[in-house]
Design a protein around this ligand. Structure first.
Ligand code: FE2
Length: 277
């Protein structure tokens, strides 16, 4: 059952007080053995919360590695290939559990395994993951340490990843406990998307096509979305959120001194077009 836990008010630049409803995300872990229901839920709601999906010990180890390699001052992690490719970090960001789940999810409505030939040329499969031959994960990792007062605005990933596969999914991985106090992922489930919001999304995407570049930051102005309902959660290490390309989401502001560490990892069927930019 959905639990109301926060009613956020926000002061806009024009000093208008906005009001949003927040309810708790529904955990979908009980559907992990029912892949059709899980797939349907992901594509109808636009997101999945999977609590305790990754081993806590490994997530903690990855966090400790990040802190150690940055002398306890994580910053500019988006450019730290050495960190996100470190074995103990990659073990979480490219967890075999995610490969396994994507392998199942991508089997539904995706190019079948037999279509491994691309323009008559056999596609090279990554050897270490040959057990999951349908799955490709982007080598780049959106690893972030978000400082106090910062957040990511409301957007849909298609705005940035619009030139490749429609089947891309993002696994948002908190590398630490992330609550509504320090920047939790928040989503507007597809069922709460009104026609007015749909029009705004369409305009945003069309504007990007006209502009022909991604220079605009792609965040939707929330001042016209008053009353809309978000879902969010107090995330523990090991929890993940799966997002489709078209679901509206943001991260809440980090109100704590300690930086919030999290990573967006991206996954798609191996035969789909890549890259999406
Ligand atoms: Fe995003």
């Amino acid at each position: 059952m959905l639990k109301h836990w926060l009613h956020e008010t926000k002061l806009t630049q024009s000093h208008k007080l906005l009001s949003f409803n927040f309810v708790d995300m529904e955990d979908s872990s009980h559907l992990l053995n029912d892949i059709i229901s899980l797939h349907n839920k992901l594509h109808s709601e636009g997101y999945l919360l999977l609590e305790n999906f990754l081993p806590k010990k490994k997530v903690l180890k990855a966090r400790k590695t990040i802190l150690k390699l940055t002398n306890n001052n994580p910053q500019d992690l988006l450019n730290r290939q050495d960190i996100y490719n470190h074995y103990s970090v990659l073990e979480v960001l490219e967890s075999k559990k995610i490969f396994k789940l994507c392998q199942k999810l991508f089997t539904i409505n995706c190019v079948p395994r037999t279509e491994i030939y691309n323009e008559g040329k056999k596609t090279e499969l990554p050897v270490k993951y040959s057990r999951y031959p349908n799955v490709f994960t982007f080598p780049y990792k959106w690893l972030r340490a978000v400082e106090q007062g910062k957040y990511t605005g409301l957007h849909l990933d298609r705005y940035y990843l619009n030139k490749g596969s429609d089947n891309i999914v993002t696994f948002w991985i908190p590398l630490g406990n992330v609550s509504k106090e320090n920047g939790a992922m928040s989503v507007i489930p597809n069922k709460f998307i009104t026609n007015a919001i749909k029009i705004r999304i369409k305009n945003l995407l069309e504007k990007k096509l006209e502009d022909g570049n991604g220079e605009s930051d792609g965040w939707l102005d929330e001042s016209e979305l008053e009353g809309v309902t978000f879902v969010s959660h107090d995330f523990k290490m090991g929890d993940v959120v799966v997002l489709t390309l078209d679901v509206l989401h943001k991260t809440l502001s980090n109100n704590l001194k300690e930086k919030r560490i999290s990573c967006d990892t991206r996954w798609q069927p191996i035969n789909d077009k890549y890259p999406p930019w």
